[in-house]
Design a protein. Sequence first.
Length: 353
Amino acid sequence: MPDTLIWTGSYTADAGGNGAGIGALLARPDGSLEALGLAAACESPSFLAVHPALPVVYAVHEHAQTVSAYRRTGSGIALEPLGEAWTAGAAACHVAVDPQGRFLVVDCWGDGQVLLYELDASGAIASRRAAEPSQDPYDAGRPSRAHAALTLQDGRIMTTDLGHDLLRLWDYVPGEGLRHTQDVVLPMDSGPRHLVQHPGGTVFVVTEYSIEVAAVRAGADGRFELAAMGPAGAAEASDGDAAAEIALSPDGRHAYVGVRGSNRICTMRISDGRAGDGRAGDGGTRLEPVADTPSGGDWPRHHLVREGWLHVAHERSNDVVTFRLDPESGLPAGPAGRLETGSPTALIVGGSA
């Protein structure tokens, strides 16, 4: 099994952080991590994405309100700018790449913008288009807070809006941008943040404010509906808690939710919704909290599940803590290691090292 390259996002001095830009880690099959150094010096690349076929990394610079493409040069870790930085929106906090490498979607927490950037054959950004703005379904006068995007198995794009408690569905129209097709409304003040899609089709969404996971899935007509919603952790949320990331195990049997404040990783078991005697249940995929594990640091902002290991990036304690995952229970054991790095905010696999 080869070593794996992991790119790290960070908060830098412009955001009061201790990072220096985009970093690189070497992840070995035994779970150990080695810092390879700084790949690109830049301001607060708080979230990253990797082109599916080219040696190109994309970063949103949250406080500079831009998005940039970086090209890997040679066999080392160095990243050089691929074209100029493009204007994004206020507090641009997430970038996602189309699995076919046609476009990026950038979500902006500060002003609620969802932005589409088309890519050229080299992976460089070629155009920018703003999507239709969100409307508060509760008519409560709250600001829109777009936060994350995911390309679904059927090619549609789903984005989250923390401020409006919405999941928004889009079609990509080449040369035109994103065409809004549907909204799924979640309970008021739940705060949908990040999302993943299970191989069975259900999309799981972690809610930052209510510390829950929502399960949504498409019906026969292709429209998504909220199927279930429940607590992310085995323990109740504490004052000051804020859920961050959700990730699935490679076999699809477990999900992991990071909770800042109480600083824990919540392990959840995934079932197919069948009754105990084997009869079909609700026909969907459900999550059940199993146990909570201390994350090993302060403010677990992002985490990565990789080949039997869980790597947790702690923004405030300036480290990445590694846990071994039990293959049967799915529970983290350890910590098995700790690597110091400045204000890490994202861990993104970049391929074989």
